[in-house]
Write a protein that binds this ligand. Structure first.
Ligand SMILES: C[S@@+](CC[C@H](N)C(=O)[O-])C[C@H]1O[C@@H](n2cnc3c(N)ncnc32)[C@H](O)[C@@H]1O
Length: 227
């Protein structure tokens, strides 16, 4: 890799670490001041998981990874209701500490691992997960790391496992850069391109409805290894 590119990537990740270190460990903090959309978000995600479970060859319901988990909003309100065992992966250790409190003892009993690591450095255990849930976090990975992360996820999936990606979609065909939190918002076509590069195909997808006007379009993709 070019030295110049490495330095740029380091900066990209460092700036995001700094940004999140100044954000309060609350639902509003996790959702950039849009804490009030959490319920709608969770409801639609539940419907999407139901749709998947009613399909042919549904993913299992034993072990799930919550990637970029923050304080565990999705684990608490969605994943812990469906899956038996959970792992949380989050780069900010304050959020992970808060997650232990926010989730409470009953849900914490279902958590096997709190991994304090960026997804660019996360290596899932082989064949561990039925579902790997990534929401509002992959904009913090470079395209190269996005693909490498998916390639590692492939190894981390069980038979019939899926990676679920719920992310904002850019309004044009251009990648939009946010200098403040050091993230990118990708256009729709680019997701598909990156899935293909990592040898995944999009199995099911659905557009999020009922978010307030003015927010990005959000899609949920359930992707599976091609082979
Ligand atoms: C917008 S919040 C979303 C949190 C959670 N997914 C939710 O929907 O409630 C983004 C989260 O991603 C985390 N994050 C940022 N960059 C990351 C990276 N490279 N690897 C893992 N987590 C990251 C942040 O610390 C923050 O907790």
């Amino acid at each position: 890799m070019e030295v110049e590119q490495t330095i740029q990537e380091e900066e990209f990740y460092k700036k995001a670490v700094l940004y999140w270190s100044e954000i309060p460990p609350t639902i509003d903090g996790m959702l950039g001041g849009f804490g009030h959309i959490s319920q709608i978000d969770i409801r639609s995600s539940k419907q999407f998981l139901r749709l998947l479970s009613q399909s042919k060859h549904p993913p299992g319901k034993i072990t799930v990874a919550d990637c970029g988990a923050g304080i565990g909003r999705i684990s608490k309100h969605l994943l812990s209701h469906i899956f038996e065992r959970l792992d949380l992966i989050e780069q900010n250790h304050v959020f992970l500490e808060q997650a232990k409190e926010y989730l409470g003892p009953t849900i914490c009993n279902k958590i096997d691992n709190f991994y304090n690591v960026g997804l660019q450095d996360f290596y899932p255990e082989e064949g561990r997960y039925d579902v790997i849930w990534c929401q509002w976090v992959l904009g913090h990975l470079t395209d190269v790391d996005f693909v490498k992360f998916l390639e590692r996820c492939k190894l981390g999936l069980k038979k019939d496992g899926v990676v679920i990606i719920k992310e904002n979609i850019a309004s044009s065909r251009n990648v939009e850069t946010d200098e403040k939190d050091s993230s990118v918002t990708r256009p729709y076509y680019l997701y598909n391109e990156l899935f293909q590069k990592a040898n995944f195909h999009c199995w099911k997808k659905i557009k999020q409805n009922n978010f307030p006007k003015g927010l990005y379009t959000v899609y949920m993709f359930a992707i599976r290894p091609q082979d």
